[in-house]
Every structure is written in C-alpha cells, then in structure tokens.
Design a protein around this ligand. Structure first.
Ligand SMILES: Nc1ncnc2c1ncn2[C@@H]1O[C@H](COP(=O)(O)OP(=O)(O)OP(=O)(O)O)[C@@H](O)[C@H]1O
Ligand SMILES: O=c1ccn([C@@H]2O[C@H](COP(=O)(O)O)[C@@H](O)[C@H]2O)c(=O)[nH]1
Length: 225
C-alpha cells in the first residue's frame, strides 16, 4: 500500500492493522536468552515454510548498516541487555514482513501468495508497549510459543555459544543483564498473553529434537494441517 494511503487510513482508524491477520499468520516466539528460540524456529521454517524474523538479528543488521542513524543506540542497548526503543524494532519488523510478502506473492505454497504468509517473530515483543503496538497496528498475533528452562541451563548454553557466535552480548556480564531485563520487562508480556490464553509453554530443557517434537505438534494443531 502506498505510504500516503496508509497514513490517511491510520488517521481515521488508529488501530487498524497494516497486515490483515486473516491473511498473515504471526506467531511470537519468546523465552529467556539462550532458551533455543532460534534453533526451534529454524526447524519450523523447514517443516512449515515460515519466514523467521528474529528481532535481535534485524537489530544487529541495522546496527551494522552503513549510514544507519540507530547504529550506536542499538549497540549500546544490546551490550547492556536493554530494550531498543520500540519504534525502531517495530519499524524493522514491519518492513521485513512487507518485503517477504512481496517476495513470495507469486509463490502459493505453504500458506503463501497473494498477500498471505506465515511468520515466526522471534524474541519479540520484549516489553508491553511492543505487544500493543504490534497487535494493534501491525498484525494481530495468533499465539505465543514460550520456551522455558532454568537460568543455569541458559547461562551454560550462552557461554558455549559465545565461544563462536561473535556476539558482543554473549559474555557473562551482558548475559546477567539480559536475564534481569527478561524477568523484569519481558515476563510481564508472557503473563499478559497467558491471561488471554495465547501462550503455549514448552519445556526447553530437553534435547533439541525432543523440544521440537512438542513445538511441531503445537504449531501443526493450530495451523490446522
Ligand atoms: N534443547 C537444546 N539443548 C541443548 N542446546 C541447545 C538447545 N537448544 C538450543 N541449544 C543451543 O543453545 C544455544 C542457544 O540457542 P539459540 O541461539 O537457539 O537460543 P535463542 O533463544 O535464540 O537465544 P537468544 O535469545 O540469545 O537469541 C545455541 O548454541 C544452541 O545450539
Ligand atoms: O525486540 C527486541 C529484541 C531484541 N532486542 C535487543 O537485542 C538483544 C539480543 O536479542 P536476541 O533475541 O537475544 O537476539 C536483546 O538483549 C536486546 O538488547 C531489543 O531491544 N528488542
């Protein structure tokens, strides 16, 4: 939709979505840092043809994009385990969804084509305002996959990943800060969706394949396939 029409529409219907949730199927993927969200998303992409949008990956790409006005802001927040201002992340997600729908508009396989699509929005929403903005103004999410395990397990996984990931926040100091932000700022989002019966909780302590058995079954049931 041309930007000007979009703006006018929004003026009269401030809560109208950019993407129609009857056509665009959005699953939020949440869990503590290192719970295995990205790992499980990669498997869901293979089985069900989702587009996987990691909010963290989009932010890192924007941070490294030459000329970005947000580069330094993103770098500082990520290093401190803090949440980047919502308008930045929502804007990146919105652009990524639009680009993917455009790219796959001719391909009618696995729930795609003609404005339809299915997305895993990984590591988002991280705080309550993001949940409201996305559901009301971008596209109403269908449900939340929530991966749960202990902080000890998370810490071990992240320290191990940190040996090769090159991520500036995969070190003990940043990890502890990320845990704090997760508990204080992101858990209220999970609680909010629980109250709305939208959370599927999955034990992420088990092996990758065991976790995926549950993840796949939950998604299959809700996609009605
Ligand atoms: N079930 C599992 N058992 C053991 N290791 C796992 C499991 N799931 C993921 N891992 C490993 O743990 C690390 C973190 O996994 P992953 O990157 O998928 O987590 P994440 O939740 O996406 O993390 P972040 O929130 O930091 O982006 C990776 O090295 C991954 O290979
Ligand atoms: O919605 C979001 C998602 C992420 N961040 C920041 O990015 C890092 C890394 O996120 P991962 O999901 O672990 O890749 C996170 O700690 C936040 O600093 C964000 O601000 N908003």
């Amino acid at each position: 939709m041309p930007a000007i029409i979009d703006k006018i529409k929004r003026l009269f219907h401030p809560h109208s979505e950019v993407f129609d949730h009857d056509k665009v199927f959005v699953i939020f993927v949440l869990g503590g840092p290192g719970a295995g969200k990205g790992t499980q998303c990669a498997k869901l992409v293979q089985e069900f043809g989702f587009s996987h949008l990691s909010a963290g990956d989009l932010l890192r790409a924007e941070q490294n994009r030459e000329g970005s006005q947000y580069g330094e802001l993103i770098r500082q927040n990520i290093r401190e385990g803090k949440i980047v201002p919502s308008e930045v992340t929502v804007g990146l997600l919105r652009n990524a969804i639009a680009a993917e729908l455009e790219k796959r508009k001719e391909n009618t396989e696995q729930g795609w084509g003609d404005g339809k699509g299915r997305f895993l929005v990984d590591g988002f929403p991280r705080q309550m305002d993001q949940a409201h903005i996305f559901d009301e103004q971008v596209c109403e999410s269908k449900f939340v996959l929530f991966f749960v395990t202990s902080e000890e397990v998370l810490l071990q996984r992240l320290l191990e990943r940190g040996k090769t990931s090159g991520r500036e926040d995969d070190n003990e100091e940043s990890i502890k800060k990320r845990f704090k932000t997760f508990v204080e700022t992101s858990m209220p989002v999970v609680e909010y969706y629980k109250k709305h019966d939208k959370v599927i909780e999955i034990d992420a302590t088990k092996s990758i394949d065991d976790v995926y058995t549950h993840t796949s079954a939950a998604v299959r049931e809700r996609l009605s396939i």
